[in-house]
Design a protein around this ligand. Structure first.
Ligand SMILES: Cc1ncc(COP(=O)(O)O)c(C=O)c1O
Length: 397
């Protein structure tokens, strides 16, 4: 051995907690165990055929060469139209960039607006990758603890206090939320935008679940309310709605000056996002598939209702109905406290003793909770809930 080690910055980057669970679940499956996997954040339906076919056509017609780093002009223009028709956001093509998935877009956005040492606020529960993405961009993470008793949406005063106390420079928002399924109302979004204006903050809004909504929930982007547009970087796309997961495509929308810098960074670290995937994403923009979307949402809603009813019938567990996304954040605090274990140990018991893969809430800064994904069919969900019940009732036997 040379004695050389990776640098200190990279050693601070944590391995994903969700990957550890997936690896253990995969190992158990490989040993022949019948594992129910409710850990994955990926829709179970395949990429719709017309979209996949657009990718195939791109290969067949030789449309696979480098494109401009910010994406093809056709896709940036189609993205601007899509932001307008789907979300009422008015962007010029020059204000829309294509990136290689929401994750890459978030990286470009943070790299473009965060100065070294800037404090960036996360509202718990929050997606697992945000803290690392912030640190990679040179920022420091400040986390506002979760408020399950408020439906997981923080009030204006709590956000304003935290921003003032810590000298926050930017915030990442994520509604509909992974892992809670919370969707902020227009008033709640306006409150956050008002705080951002009072303290001159950047807002990075991860809206990757924006079209996955239930009941009367409506998605409101901070860029759509007064005072929001000029300080918001919107990240959105078809990853979760159309299973463009492995295709690695996304949009980033922001004022042109921000998009220009993001595109410059992207041109150096990534080059252009995959040309074939851009062709597929162009098809997704141009040809809405309302029947397909309706089928997916009907299935998700049926599963969501099943989980809400069946989990709330289990002693010691509680589930607030998610209003968006496809995750159920189960409150297991009573059981964890009674047994003197944390949520990581609870998920380990669920996997090792009951063959149910889930994700501990601590991965999302909400200890005592367990995240289940309902991007799985009803048979799997029914089996999963039976196993969850067996775990919850284990000490009653
Ligand atoms: C909140 C959130 N943002 C971003 C992503 C990553 O999306 P992509 O696959 O487009 O990079 C995920 C995936 O799980 C997510 O849950």
């Amino acid at each position: 051995m040379s004695g050389l080690v990776p640098n200190a910055r990279s050693r601070r980057i944590e391995a994903s907690a969700t990957l550890a669970i997936s690896a253990r679940a995969a190992a158990l499956k490989a040993e022949g165990h019948d594992v129910v996997s409710l850990g994955a954040g990926e829709p179970d339906a395949p990429t719709p055929e017309p979209i996949a076919n657009a990718g195939i056509r791109a290969i067949e017609t030789g449309d696979y060469r480098y494109t401009a780093a910010a994406g093809t002009p056709a896709l940036r223009a189609a993205g601007a139209v899509w932001f307008g028709s789907e979300f009422g956001l008015a962007y010029e093509p020059s204000e829309v960039m294509v990136s290689a998935g929401a994750k890459a877009a978030l990286h470009m956005a943070l790299a473009a607006v965060i100065e070294p040492g800037d404090k960036v606020l996360l509202l718990a529960p929050h997606w697992v990758s945000y803290p690392t993405l912030i640190r990679v961009a040179g920022g420091e993470v400040v986390t506002l603890p979760a408020v399950p008793e408020q439906g997981f949406v923080h009030d204006r005063d709590a956000v304003a206090r935290c921003v003032a106390e810590h000298g926050i420079r930017g915030m990442i928002l994520n509604f509909p939320n992974n892992p809670s399924g919370a969707v902020a109302t227009r008033e709640q979004i306006q409150d956050i935008v008002d705080v951002a204006n009072e303290h001159d903050l950047w807002l990075i809004s991860d809206e990757i679940y924006a079209t996955l909504l239930y009941d009367d929930a409506r998605h409101i982007s901070p860029a759509a309310v007064p005072g929001g547009r000029d300080r918001t970087v919107v990240v959105n796309g078809f990853t979760k709605s159309h299973t463009l997961t492995g295709w690695r495509t996304s949009f980033l929308a922001a004022p042109a000056a921000v998009v220009d810098v993001c595109a410059r960074i992207q041109s150096q670290v990534l080059g252009n996002p995959c040309t074939i995937s851009q062709a597929a994403m162009l098809e997704a923009c141009k040809t809405p598939l309302p029947d397909e979307q309706e089928r997916r949402m009907t299935a998700f809603n049926e599963r969501r209702n099943f989980l809400v009813d069946s989990i709330n019938a289990i002693d010691g567990l509680a589930l607030q109905a998610p209003r968006g996304s496809f995750y159920a954040l189960v409150d297991a605090r009573p059981i964890c406290e009674a047994r003197g274990i944390d949520d990581v140990a609870a998920c380990k018991q669920l996997l090792d003793d009951h063959l149910l893969a889930s994700v501990p809430g601590s991965a999302f800064a909400i200890p005592g909770f367990i995240r289940l994904s309902y991007a799985a069919d009803m048979t799997q969900l029914e089996k999963g809930v039976a196993r969850l019940r067996a775990w919850a009732e284990a000490d009653k036997r």
